[in-house]
Ligand binder design. Structure first.
Ligand SMILES: [Zn+2]
Length: 314
């Protein structure tokens, strides 16, 4: 038996055929269809499914269902994408439409939640009981897995660590609040801080800051101002993780997303702040590591989700 895992992003859609062991049998990706293109997305996913079948030699009857990760707020009970700003979607009945096109049972879930489920199943949280996974990219997303299952909260908002307010006088956040963790610890926050420093003439004037990567490179090359920006963002992430860990007392904390590619240089200030703010027994129990599945966590988590919903996972 195998499952189709789908990770819909703002620019790319990743798909994978995933075996019951969690192993990826075949993976593909295509550009995200333009806004309002839900029919187009479903057609592209149907085409991807056919290509996966051809590549793996599986028959349709071997594929039990599809899980789909969406960057946005969802009503999973009704199978509706309530709002996905990056996709330009509002109140889209994705599950009904995709089940009709694929002829398979479909489950949807927030993408950060599925990254957490994937990492808990076969990634950095494998073998642990409770996993807090935080994904740091343009924003800061999070997911909680307890006993192998997603903890969603009463309406899917559990693990929204990016919107913990860490500074009540801070910058406006996309969610409408001010001073959220996302405004100080995301890749966007790092880029904004670096551009501010450049404008003040305090950071490498000739370097075009396209993303957090350039800031990490400047920090690695010994630029003090860049290092201070990285340390500040990492500090806030570690602080946010300590608040969550003191609430959840997890045995694994996994840091995922684009920013985690900077690896140890990024993780050091995160660990230092985590150690400073978490209770000693909480800290001692929690293993804080980088994600292990990179870009595959979402599709693996999506496959796990549909397997669990169909009662096909232990
Ligand atoms: Zn917010």
């Amino acid at each position: 038996m195998a499952w189709l895992g789908v990770d819909v992003g703002g620019t790319q859609v990743k798909t994978a055929m995933v075996a019951s062991s969690g192993q990826i049998l075949n993976k593909r990706s295509f550009d995200t269809p333009p806004a309002s293109g839900v029919e187009q997305l479903c057609a592209c996913l149907n085409e991807a499914l056919r290509q996966h079948l051809a590549a793996t030699g599986l028959r349709e009857a071997n594929v039990a269902g599809a899980g789909v990760g969406i960057p946005g707020f969802l009503d999973v009970d009704r199978g509706v994408v309530v709002e996905a700003v990056n996709l330009g979607w509002r109140d889209v009945p994705l599950v009904a439409e995709l089940e009709r096109v694929l002829g398979l049972p479909v489950a949807i879930e927030n993408d950060a939640n599925l990254a957490a489920l994937g990492e808990a199943w076969t990634g950095a949280g494998r073998g642990t009981y409770s996993v807090l996974c935080v994904t740091v990219g343009t924003g800061v997303g999070g997911g909680i897995v307890i006993g192998g299952r997603l903890y969603r909260g009463v309406n899917g908002m559990a693990g929204e660590i990016g919107h913990l307010v860490v500074n009540r006088d801070g910058l406006p956040c996309n969610c409408g609040k001010r001073g959220c963790l996302e405004t100080v610890a995301s890749a966007s926050a790092i880029v904004r801080a670096a551009r501010d420093m450049q404008a003040q003439g305090r950071l490498a004037a000739g370097v075009a800051i396209e993303g957090a990567r350039e800031v990490f490179e400047l920090a690695a090359a010994g630029h003090e101002a860049a290092r201070a920006i990285v340390n500040e963002a990492g500090h806030w992430l570690g602080y946010g993780l300590a608040l969550c860990a003191d609430t959840l007392n997890p045995d694994a904390i996994v840091v995922a997303g684009g920013v985690s590619k900077a690896r140890e240089a990024w993780l050091r200030p995160v660990r230092d702040a985590f150690a400073a703010y978490a209770l000693p027994r909480t800290r001692a129990a929690a293993r804080l590591t980088l994600a292990a599945l990179a870009n595959d966590a979402g599709v693996i988590g999506a496959a796990r989700l549909i397997a669990q919903q169909l009662g096909a996972a232990e």
